[in-house]
Design a protein around this ligand. Structure first.
Ligand code: BGC
Length: 371
């Protein structure tokens, strides 16, 4: 079974909120440990422990999430155990952290997976101990032991990135063909393929018509992937592409970058070569990228307000505590290879220089940058 998302997801608005019903029970068929899950029971004490296992701090959103979970869970009356995987031994760190949360008796464990496919033992332990497992931002794959998924609509993120790339290139050069390069995220993050697929859904028809040309010919996700979402890996791939493909004066019009960290690394590489900066997309609304967008360098980013995602996750925990079904709005898009995980998806927003002031109006950190 493919671990991916269906195209239908783009059509699902955040307003179409449903309560988890029979569809979900069907989704759970085949799960041996589903009965042990806390979500189908009468709730738990309000001062219970909630574990939050986050990946390494590969982008600002993860840094923000940690503090927001620590404070938000405490304000809601829970005990919070918030952990990050270290920078190098990410998988082993996260596995140990989750096991320790289970041992400490956490009633809910929220996980931003460092490697989607390496947590099945730990989430099985969690559910056997009666905890509910919520995959946060990144899906956990190949296991029946994930109760819920909460994230921004990842496929939509990719579509918005693909469209922004086209719009940005058209604004600079109204008629194609345009020459681009493609980058995608870390292969161990389930989101990477979903972002890429969303973007390719928009770009492929133009690639097929030869309105868009991938200069290097590297269109396979295996060729475009950036291990660990690391800036240095993106910079060195861009350096190589510039040497292999753009040395003879060929013009590069655009680069699909899956997030801001990689976008800035790609821009640094191009600037180092002395070539003009192409249209570069991004994601996360990181401070340095918002500054770059306002300065007319990076073209776009995506606003996925971490404050909202954490607040919605804490609402899920509160519903579980009361013995209620958490609100979900998608029961078909996220097949993790074993089952379809019921999801609550929030809408991402594309941001360019044009709408930045509006998009960040309610963000005290980012709105001053747009003035
Ligand atoms: C998140 C992105 C982030 C990336 C790297 C992804 O799973 O959805 O927002 O840029 O991880 O940290």
């Amino acid at each position: 079974m493919r671990t991916t998302i269906t195209r239908g997801i783009a059509a699902i608005g955040a307003t179409t909120l449903l309560f988890l019903g029979t569809a979900c029970s069907n989704d759970r068929e085949g799960s041996t440990s589903a009965k042990a899950s806390g979500d189908a029971t009468a709730g738990f004490a309000q001062d219970s422990l909630v574990g939050v296992a986050l990946p390494a701090k590969t982008s600002e959103n993860w840094v923000l999430a940690g503090d927001l979970f620590t404070n938000g869970l405490k304000d809601a009356g829970f005990k919070a155990d918030v952990q990050y995987a270290g920078a190098s031994t990410t998988v082993a760190d996260q596995q140990a952290q989750i096991s320790s949360m289970v041992t400490k008796g956490a009633k809910v464990i929220v996980i931003g997976a460092t490697d989607a496919s390496q947590l099945s033992t730990q989430v099985e332990q969690a559910r056997q101990a009666g905890a509910t497992v919520i995959a946060y931002d990144r899906l956990i794959t190949n296991t029946p032991d994930v109760d819920y998924y909460i994230a921004f609509d990842n496929f939509k993120v990719g579509q918005l990135q693909g469209q922004a790339l086209i719009d940005g290139m058209k604004a600079k050069k109204p008629k194609g063909p345009w020459t681009i390069e493609l980058f995608s995220g870390s292969p161990d993050d389930n989101n990477s393929k979903v972002f890429f697929d969303g973007a390719m859904e928009v770009l492929k028809p133009l690639i097929d018509k030869k309105d868009i040309v991938v200069g290097s010919g590297q269109t396979d996700i295996k060729q475009t992937a950036i291990q660990g979402w690391k800036a240095e890996n993106a910079q060195s791939r861009m350096d190589s592409l510039l040497t292999s493909t753009y040395n003879g004066g060929k013009k590069l019009d655009g680069v699909l970058s899956p997030n801001d960290t990689l976008a800035r690394a790609i821009i640094t590489s191009v600037q180092g070569s002395g070539k003009p900066v192409p249209v570069v997309t991004g994601q996360d609304s990181e401070v340095e990228s918002v500054k770059s967008i306002m300065a007319g360098v990076q073209y776009s980013t995506i606003n996925k307000d971490t404050r909202k995602l954490v607040a919605e996750t804490i609402k899920m925990v509160q519903s579980l505590q009361k013995g209620e079904k958490p609100q979900i709005n998608d029961t078909k898009s996220y097949n993790n290879g074993t089952k379809v995980v019921p999801a609550y998806l929030l809408p991402p927003i594309i941001v360019t220089k044009e709408n930045a002031a509006e998009a960040y109006a309610n963000d005290p950190k980012l709105s001053p940058l747009t003035k």
